[in-house]
Design a protein around this ligand. Structure first.
Ligand code: ATR
Length: 280
């Protein structure tokens, strides 16, 4: 029997998810149909319900539907509830519809398994306070980083996020202004969308130094301004977010099929199609 899945987004034309999941399915010997579906913004919930009613196993959700998808499921995983976003919908063995968020786990798995970065007790700067940045904070905390410092163009947003964590008893998250000067961070994650417009987010002075490992959550040309700036400031290593894309997909695949896939050949194939990772 062929399993049916899809990614819902708008726009979704450039999504690599079908290719990634077909590669996983080939590894696992699973017959899969994986579609790209692009409903109008106010038609997502109806379209998703119709897809499930037609026998789909589940689906992925991308921009701009990740928050709306929280209202579609019967149950949210702890991590989806924490970030108020869903990127994967699946059914439990009992048939309950669950919304989960694998983005943060994907980031951490790429950093630790593929890039060999040690996150334990590291000081992390997260640039941005939108959906992308928010989605990775719980996974970084779970990876036992020393702290997560949020820095955003609109400082109030980062401050609000940090105080939300502190109110829940998580003291490791705080906000800083880009006007401040910092000690160089061990890890700097760019979760802003600045690169999509060819821009660089403002960084606190001295935030990047020779021990800094810098990661952009996007890949392709949008990741170049940040990667170039990090190199110019002497960062130890610099990476784009292509590995995160594949790793978050692997976590979703294991929710649907209870199998662990080998992400490396899939990252390599995608890398050859996109551009060099430019690790240094
Ligand atoms: P996403 O869901 O991709 O995170 P978003 O929620 O719109 O998208 O958030 C975009 C993030 O990138 C925000 O943190 C935004 O900063 P503001 O909150 O000040 O808008 C940040 N961002 C976008 N363009 C930027 C730029 N040119 N320089 C710095 N930050 C930028």
């Amino acid at each position: 029997m062929t399993a049916r899945l899809a990614v819902f987004g708008n726009p979704v034309t450039h999504s690599q998810s079908p290719a990634i999941h077909q590669a996983f399915a080939a590894q696992a010997g699973i017959s899969l149909e994986y579609l790209k579906l692009e409903p109008a913004v106010d038609e997502f919930l109806d379209a998703a319900k119709a897809f499930l009613a037609a026998g789909a196993l589940g689906f992925n959700v991308t921009v701009p539907f990740k928050r709306t998808a929280c209202g579609l499921v019967e149950e949210l995983s702890d991590r989806a509830r924490q970030v108020n976003a869903v990127n994967t919908v699946y059914r439990t063995a009992e048939g309950r519809l669950v919304g989960d968020s694998t983005d943060g786990g994907g980031l951490v798995n790429d950093m630790t398994r593929n890039l060999g970065w040690d996150l334990k007790s590291r000081r992390v700067l997260v640039l941005g306070a939108g959906g992308a940045s928010r989605s990775v904070v719980p996974a970084l905390l779970a990876a036992q980083v020393a702290d997560v410092v949020m820095c955003n163009r609109s400082h109030d947003k980062a401050a609000g996020l940090a105080s939300g964590y502190v109110a829940q008893g998580e003291q490791r998250v705080r906000a800083m202004s880009a006007n401040d000067t910092a000690e160089p961070f061990d890890v700097v994650v760019n979760g802003t969308s600045a690169g999509l417009g060819g821009a660089l987010p403002l960084l606190p002075g001295q935030a990047i130094g020779p021990q800094s490992h810098c990661y952009d959550m996007v890949y392709g040309p949008a990741s170049l301004p940040f990667q170039q700036a990090c190199r110019a400031q002497g960062a130890a290593q610099v990476s784009d977010g292509l590995g995160m894309l594949v790793e978050q997909a692997a976590l979703a695949f294991s929710l649907w099929f209870s199998v662990t896939v080998d992400t490396r050949p899939v990252i390599e194939t995608l890398r050859a199609r996109v551009e060099p990772r430019n690790n240094s």
